[in-house]
Design a protein around this ligand. Structure first.
Ligand SMILES: [Zn+2]
Length: 476
């Protein structure tokens, strides 16, 4: 459990259950369980949100959306440090919303305590994140299974690729004027904005900066609202844009034209899945190597010292000051190492040659087939025709293969950190100079396993950087 200096601010999100026999608890019961946990743990329970499960006019809440929106708002503003949920299915039943919520918690370092599990999860820990993500998807799956009529209908629509559910921005739906039947879903004039969101995330531009950029340029959501980080995130998470639809943990092909190529969609979602993404936010990183490059003597990471009496220029130094060196010299040297590596003719060709679309489609097809097979075992387990042990065994067989296929899909495209650097027809140096520090740092961490600075062997004034002081290990 995370340690806090003062009692952390906690919030509980209670939600009425519908059709799960034996496991349901009323909202007051959930809230009181939350109170007990907070007392036991010494948390300051400040927010009590009472969601509702689609029953209009509930006595607990007038509008179920209000409380979910409030939950997202408090999470976005990091006004709580711990969210208490009865069980994961009391979060959102929509995977896109649930994953967005998890992303926000991770970014804002918010811990999630699940009462039914009697434990906390830290979404920044990949294993915890995975458990929560899976639980959310299982919950969604269960809803589909239990509401059979609706479920069957939805399943039919999903499998046959008919657009369903909320209308996604960037698409327009064409209806038959007489029968009102849906004829087609096709990209609208707004589609380029959607494309830009994916392009920017792929360039490792932080969501907060995309939000700012859109606000500055007056780009609104298609419904005319300000484009906030949460909706940017939801957009990027939605497979509708690669012409697919997510249903019961499986992707189905949609009968509509994609706005984003699948390989780009997967790349962007992998970037969003990366817990390290947080470190590349602007404002947090203003220098290329601070808190990453280590001191070759004490092993601590270096900091950046501004001009001081002794140091005439900005300097990298470890806290005990065993090492110190002119920041500009080190940065320039590291830049030259990178440009030299990328600029090797063979390397450069490899990075700039587009891979055959067919190969990408083949790997993507394989990935989806594996996921579909795994999903069949989940379905059997739900029907109690496969034991939990049997299911675990199938997971052992399939999950590593699914991971491997995902990674292969990544390898077929230029590594995201390098995309801003390797632009056909432009000089590497020019691209580098145009990049910002977080983008450059992303290249450094992708290309090097580690880097350390050794003390200078000569006392007195230096006129240039002694390259022998820099030790590094390539990652590729
Ligand atoms: Zn040191």
């Amino acid at each position: 459990m995370k340690l806090y200096d003062t009692p952390p601010i906690a919030g509980i999100y209670g939600r009425v259950s519908d059709n799960r026999k034996g496991k349901s608890a009323s909202v007051p019961q959930q809230l009181s369980a939350g109170e007990t946990v907070s007392q036991d743990e010494g948390w300051n329970l400040t927010y009590r949100l009472e969601g509702d499960d689609g029953r209009a006019a509930s006595r607990f809440s007038t509008d179920k959306r209000e409380d979910w929106d409030r939950l997202i708002e408090l999470t976005t503003n990091a006004e709580v440090q711990i969210w208490i949920l009865w069980e994961c299915s009391r979060g959102s039943r929509r995977p896109v919303e649930w994953l967005t919520f998890l992303d926000l918690c991770r970014e804002n370092e918010i811990v999630i305590y699940v009462i039914s599990h009697e434990r906390s999860y830290d979404p920044r820990i990949p294993r915890d994140w995975k458990i929560l993500a899976n639980e959310g998807i299982d919950a969604a799956y269960e809803v589909e299974m239990t509401s059979k009529r609706v479920g069957r209908d939805k399943a039919d629509r999903a499998i046959s690729g008919i657009p369903d559910g909320a209308w996604p921005q960037g698409y327009e739906r064409i209806y038959d004027p007489k029968t009102k039947a849906l004829l087609e879903q096709r990209p609208s004039a707004y589609a380029p904005v959607i494309k830009e969101i994916f392009d920017q995330i792929e360039q490792l531009i932080p969501l907060s900066r995309i939000e700012e950029d859109f606000a500055t340029r007056g780009i609104l959501s298609e419904s005319g609202a300000r484009f906030r980080r949460t909706s940017i995130l939801q957009t990027a998470r939605n497979p509708v844009y690669m012409g697919k639809r997510f249903y019961k943990g499986v992707m189905y092909d949609g009968q509509w034209e994609p706005i984003i190529p699948p390989a780009q969609w997967y790349t962007v979602n992998k970037i969003l899945d990366d817990p390290k993404r947080k470190t590349t936010r602007p404002g947090r990183r203003r220098h290329l190597l601070t808190y990453w490059m280590t001191c070759g003597v004490c092993g601590e990471t270096v900091q950046r010292l501004d001009r001081s009496k002794r140091q005439q220029r900005p300097t990298y130094a470890c806290p005990p000051r065993c090492v110190a060196s002119n920041q500009e010299w080190v940065d320039d040297y590291v830049r030259d190492l990178i440009l030299e590596w990328v600029g090797q003719p063979e390397q450069y060709r490899k990075l700039t040659t587009p891979k055959a679309e067919g190969v990408i489609l083949a790997v993507e097809g394989e990935l989806e087939a594996l996921k579909a097979e795994m999903d069949q075992y989940y379905a059997l387990a739900k029907q109690r025709r496969l034991s939990p042990v049997g299911l675990a065994e199938m997971e052992e067989v399939y999950l590593p293969q699914i991971e491997a296929a995902k990674e292969r899909l990544q390898d077929l495209t230029t590594p995201p950190p390098l995309r801003a650097l390797v632009q056909p027809g432009r000089e590497l140096r020019e691209c580098w100079d145009d990049m910002d520090v977080p983008q450059r740092h992303a290249i450094v961490t992708w290309l090097f396993k580690g880097m350390s600075l050794l003390p200078s062997e000569h006392k007195g004034k230096h006129t240039s950087f002694d390259w022998r002081r820099l030790k590094y290990e390539w990652a590729h």
